[in-house]
Ligand binder design. Structure first.
Ligand SMILES: [Zn+2]
Length: 792
């Protein structure tokens, strides 16, 4: 799944709201099913009553009626069949065994656990095959979960109602009784009945359609073995455009008739990507067709349902470059997630991390000039902003108690996999990934399965220094990331490591690692091309790299950690960058600047060092490096003034890049005003309204008062939210100034949270992140809340 819109907010504003209710018991519904019985085959029939077609809508309008028959194998002695089911009307249920002598003595619905429990009249033994048959019904939902309503508009302007599913993580149970956990894989045969004139789609290709008056029934081919969360159904008013891959796989993109001409870019990108992935992974897409459908009402960005990928309309229609990224991400899931699936939800990072990582290489199939390096740096940056809140190996719950997918699984998951790739080597890595896929086809995995696949090729081709699974656990089980401190001595460079990001209360502390990591240190020595790798193990107090020369750590930005040098080192690095600018790659230089930026804001690096290094790169041959170095110099003026560390040389350098905007902003420094909290309450009904006002900049005074308020010691939670809302303002320099200044007097935790604002703002100058650009059109997400519960 691609949760595009949540990224900026999910772990900041939502978390804040949550922390205010820290004492409340958080509800969750992820109760595991017993494993005495496993489904093998489902037959699912669904009749959907949608308005807008020939049939005369009656009391069944906007509802559906279904039957499911599930063939199962008994693995342990039992006398109860327990399935997931929630908010359904169960009309009838029966169980059949080979002797036809089995009956249901009672059935109960357990709402809290979302279970349907069928008690049998006798004990059933392992090895027996059973079939359960249930008739059920329900109304189409309106909350974008389960089987729900999505609206569209006909070319004539009339509204249309369509029905679509969104099951990940645990919403299949809202549509029909099933074994709704990823580990219960089975094959599915779907038959859909819908008003004649509508289009019915599911994961597989249609075999037979029968029109019977106002309704049409279509039977689709049985799926391959897959998890319940990947089943998908769409019924409604759509048309398609079609293409075929080089080996004949049919790909279609469906959209409402009004928008069908806007699907060409998605169609082209998907063909190129499927061809590329089939070759790279060595496994063909296993079904006869692959469809994408554009819908208007969708909670996430897109969902990778096997063979029927659903996209929110603005992430498939048109030519925005985000579309390509999202299409590729969902296609990567067809292998990583669909073919090979995590066993339990706490390892969802395997799905999202692999799909995100593979998106980089997928992009090169569509655009030969795509920079994978920059893509991975973007992921690293996004992850660093958010990784203090939870380890990637964790499960979170939404306010209704269902499992939610967290942003950190994508970016940190991908950044961690990137380290694995660079540790074992790219060729070995892809060989291991092919083995991982082929060895686990149609089954479920744990993260250890990925590590053993990597270790197998690495050990064959090298003498491995570390165990991948030992290395991995401190990165996946601990939140946050290490900061490596480098100090110059006469003999070399001495490294120490520390976790710098403050950790909020109640987050998992993985004792075994104690917030230390085994860190692969890639470094480049002055005057030498290429880089070297040494290991800084978590049980080492310090590591010395003996050298008289200047070295730059985390060369190529392969590693997921910060580096902070001492002042002497920054001097020599700046000198080296000026003397030998072409010796270092764009990634190495960007990494250096990004680390300097982060750590100068938290005052771990003197502004003078920041100015030296940024100045050395301000005329760099890479436009990105150049722009970013100049942005950093601009922002450093705030810091220097505030810290009272005016150094004439520094100021002279900065003067060359300063803009008028920052001078205009200076007046906000000293002015005082009423408490902004009161002002806010009086003037705005909602955060969204406030955002609109800021965006339109009709009222400059609002922005000014906010700045003053943020400088007072008022509620930090509110401040944080307001700080984020400042992204609605058009004048980004103003926001930058405001946040830096306001965060000065805050606690380390608040400060480190608010560095996010600055980083996102500055980052915008080097690469426009999708999240940032999407943000302004999606204020409705402000109002969303979630509860987060950690399981280690
Ligand atoms: Zn995904």
């Amino acid at each position: 799944m691609k949760n595009l819109l949540l990224s900026i907010f999910i772990l900041t504003t939502w978390r804040l709201t949550n922390s205010q209710n820290a004492n409340e018991t958080i509800k969750y519904t992820n109760f595991p099913l017993p494993t005495a019985i496993y489904p093998t085959e489902y037959d699912l029939n669904i009749t959907t009553y949608l308005p807008g077609y020939n049939w005369k809508a009656d009391e069944r309008n906007m509802s559906y009626l279904g039957s499911v028959s599930i063939r199962m194998e008994v693995r342990e002695e039992m006398d109860k069949i327990v399935l997931h089911s929630s908010n359904l009307t169960i009309i009838d249920a029966k169980v059949i065994n080979s002797d036809n002598n089995l009956e249901i003595s009672s059935w109960v619905i357990n709402d809290r656990n979302q279970f349907l429990i069928l008690s049998l009249n006798k004990i059933v033994n392992p090895g027996e095959n059973l079939e359960v048959f249930i008739i059920f019904g329900g109304y189409l939902r309106e909350d974008l979960k389960g089987y729900y309503i999505t609206k569209s508009t006909k070319p004539t302007g009339e509204p249309m109602i369509n029905a679509v599913t969104q099951f990940e993580a645990t919403s299949a149970r809202f549509m029909f009784p099933c074994f709704d956990e990823p580990q219960f894989k089975a094959t599915w045969q779907v038959k859909l009945t819908y008003p004649t004139g509508a289009v019915g789609l599911t994961n597989t290709i249609d075999m037979e359609s029968i029109e019977d008056g106002d309704f049409t029934s279509t039977t689709y081919k049985r799926t391959v073995k897959m998890s319940s969360y990947l089943l998908a159904i769409f019924v409604g008013d759509v048309q398609f455009k079609e293409t075929t891959t080089n080996r004949g796989l049919r790909i279609r993109v469906y959209a409402d008739p009004k928008n069908i001409e806007s699907v060409n870019m998605a169609l082209n990108a998907s063909r190129l990507t499927v061809e590329g992935f089939e070759e790279l992974f060595g496994i063909d897409f296993p079904m006869e067709k692959l469809d994408f459908v554009s819908v208007f009402d969708f909670e996430a960005g897109a969902m990778e349902n096997w063979g029927l990928i659903i996209h929110k309309h603005d992430l498939i229609l048109g030519t925005d470059k985000d579309i390509v990224e999202v299409v590729i991400h969902e296609l990567a899931h067809q292998w990583f997630g669909n073919l090979v699936t995590m066993k339990t939800w706490d390892q969802t990072w395997l799905n999202e991390g692999c799909a995100t990582f593979m998106t980089a290489i997928g992009q090169t199939y569509v655009d030969r000039n795509f920079s994978q390096e920059l893509f991975h740096i973007t992921q690293q940056e996004e992850a660093r902003l958010k990784d203090r809140y939870r380890p990637i190996r964790s499960v979170a719950f939404d306010k209704d108690g269902s499992v939610t997918i967290q942003v950190i699984y994508y970016s940190k998951g991908s950044s961690f996999i990137r380290m694995l790739e660079k540790i074992v080597g790219t060729d070995n890595f892809y060989e291991a990934m092919r083995n991982y896929l082929s060895q686990n086809t149609y089954s479920n995995v744990k993260e250890e399965d990925l590590y053993s696949a990597l270790e197998a090729v690495w050990k064959t081709n090298n003498e491995s220094i570390i165990s991948i699974s030992e290395f991995a656990k401190c990165w996946t089980h601990q939140n946050s990331h290490p900061t490596v401190f480098a100090t110059r001595t006469p003999e070399g460079v001495v490294l120490t490591q520390n976790r710098e990001a403050p950790i909020e209360k109640n987050y998992t502390n993985y004792d075994e690692c104690g917030y230390k990591w085994d860190i692969p240190i890639w470094y480049q020595v002055a005057g030498e091309g290429g880089h070297k790798l040494v290991w800084f193990k978590r049980d080492q107090y310090e590591l010395e790299i003996p050298t008289e020369k200047t070295i730059i750590l985390n060369a190529e930005s392969y590693g997921y950690y910060d580096v902070v040098y001492d002042d002497v080192s920054y001097q020599s690095i700046a000198q080296e960058l000026e003397n030998n600018p072409t010796m270092y790659s764009m990634s190495t230089k960007l990494r250096l600047l990004l680390d300097i930026e982060t750590n100068a804001y938290t005052q771990k690096i003197a502004p003078h060092s920041l100015v030296l290094v940024a100045n050395a790169l301000r005329n760099d041959e890479s436009e990105l490096v150049r722009k970013f170095a100049n942005t950093i110099l601009k922002t450093s003026e705030f810091m220097i003034n505030r810290l009272n560390e005016q150094n004439n040389e520094d100021l002279k350098i900065i003067k060359g890049v300063s803009t008028n905007t920052s001078k205009v902003l200076r007046k906000f420094y000293s002015s005082s005003s009423e408490q902004f909290g009161d002002y806010f309450k009086r003037n705005f009904k909602s955060d969204k309204e406030f955002c609109d006002v800021l965006r339109n900049e009709r009222n400059e005074e609002v922005t000014n008062q906010l700045i003053d308020w943020l400088n007072t010691n008022d509620s930090t939670g509110r401040k944080h939210l307001m700080g984020f809302l400042m992204f609605c303002a058009k004048n980004k320099d103003k926001v930058r100034r405001l946040v830096f200044d306001a965060s000065f007097d805050w606690t380390p935790l608040e400060k480190s949270r608010n560095i996010q604002f600055l980083k996102i703002l500055n980052r915008r100058n080097i690469y426009e992140t999708r999240q940032f650009r999407k943000f302004q059109s999606n204020e409705e997400y402000f109002s969303r809340k979630t509860n987060i519960r950690i399981e280690s």
